[in-house]
Design a protein around this ligand. Structure first.
Ligand code: NAD
Ligand code: TYD
Length: 349
């Protein structure tokens, strides 16, 4: 069955893994990757599939309504997998408006374009909105996020994602838009921009720079290998039920400091340094304002309904991740020049 699918944000971290999986697995689909190529978007992430016959790249901004309408008219998409977003909590604290524009206005532009072009012909169409567990807010020491947990976003980032989730559901409810939403926990793996915890710390250890741990380091996150997230998106896109939400997670909770210590140990082994070298770089710094204490996902619905489970144990995934960053120095060098230096100075002094 031939399908034309729009993947937004395909040059970013998770998007590039989703594009790769779809291009390689579905040779009869046409995959259109639409990306603005912000600081976080990098076509190098897709160099292995850029010449595939079933792959097309379109550079553009989802906030640009006219451009989005033209793209929908040009391709007549059967489905949309929407990942394009501003995704970093710290940046949302310094510049919330950018998050409202891309995450909320951009999502509504896509919904409008899909609604107008699919009107009266919604059969077989799907708007898949990729979201985050951060919309549920912060947990205490116990409990897990379920699909039915009330939204309680605490940061400008999570508020913008929560808002976009609400708009997707509203379009389903009001206009009959076929949709599915997934809310995933923290991803890690190759191609993540080094503003997020793991790639930032791997890169800092390599250059013997300090590791800025926010607050007491006792914040908890659930971590999932990015390829497993892409696998989940594939399963949900093809087998998820209309108007449903699926939580995606790794069944893998860590406090930041424990995770950092495991990573430091592995880094010492990889670099051939004496045990404890990387840990010596840990520096406790001022906490992130409004820092969510704990996220933990219950992904049982996805497991029971669609048979998805994470394929990798965490320590194995972490090893693969570190190895990738160490073997792809050029990738790291290319994106840590210029603007990145400015961001680093502003964020960490
Ligand atoms: P990312 O920041 O690495 O990539 C975002 C991509 O979107 C980039 O390629 C960027 O160029 C593109 N983009 C940004 N603004 C755009 C615009 N206005 N128009 C077109 N393209 C634009 O993000 P990521 O970590 O890959 O996250 C992808 C999606 O998954 C996001 O929606 C995010 O909320 C969600 N998510 C991320 C995580 C995580 O741990 N990273 C976890 C759960 C959900
Ligand atoms: P991050 O990768 O920014 O993801 P998120 O905020 O979406 O969970 O951060 C993961 C955790 O690591 C979070 O609790 C904040 C913490 N953190 C630090 O302690 N220091 C840092 O320099 C960064 C970037 C994050």
């Amino acid at each position: 069955m031939k399908k034309t699918i729009l993947i937004t944000g395909g040059a970013g971290f998770i998007g590039s893994h989703v594009v790769r999986l779809f291009v390689n697995k579905y040779s009869d689909y046409k995959i259109v990757n639409l990306d603005k190529l912000t600081y976080a978007g990098n076509l190098e992430n897709l160099s292995d599939v850029e010449n595939a016959e079933n792959y097309i790249f379109e550079k553009g901004d989802i906030v640009d309504k006219d451009f989005i309408e033209q793209i929908f008219e040009k391709y007549n998409f059967d489905g949309v997998i929407h990942l394009a977003a501003e995704s970093h909590v710290d940046r949302s604290i310094t510049n919330p408006m950018e998050f409202i524009m891309t995450n909320v206005v951009g999502t509504v532009n896509l919904l409008n374009a899909a609604k107008n072009i699919w009107k009266g012909n919604e059969d077989g169409k799907l708007f898949y909105h990729v979201s985050t567990d951060e919309v549920y807010g912060s947990l205490g020491n116990t409990g897990l996020f379920l699909e039915t947990t009330s939204y309680d976003p605490q940061s400008p980032y999570s508020s913008s994602k929560a808002s976009s989730d609400h708009f997707v559901r509203a379009y389903g409810n009001t206009y009959g838009m076929p949709y599915v939403i997934s809310n995933c926990s923290n991803n890690y793996g190759p191609n993540q921009f080094p503003e997020k915890l793991l790639p930032l710390f791997i890169n800092n250890i390599k250059h013997s720079k300090s590791l800025p741990v926010y607050g007491d380091g006792l914040f908890t996150r659930d971590w999932l290998y990015v390829v497993d997230h892409a696998r989940a998106i594939d399963v949900i896109y093809h087998e998820g039920r209309n108007a449903e939400t699926y939580n995606i997670g790794g069944f893998n909770e860590w406090t930041n400091i424990d995770l950092i210590k495991v990573m430091c140990k592995q880094m010492d082994e990889f670099l051939g340094n004496p045990d404890g070298t990387a840990e010596g770089l840990i520096t406790y710094v001022t906490d992130r304002p409004g820092h969510d204490k704990r996220y933990a996902i219950d992904a049982t619905k996805l497991k029971n309904e669609l048979g998805w489970e994470p394929s990798l144990q965490f320590e194995e995934g972490l090893k693969k991740t570190i190895k990738w960053y160490l073997e792809n120095e050029e990738w790291m060098e290319n994106i840590t020049s210029g603007e990145y230096q400015k961001y680093y100075l502003e964020q960490y002094g």
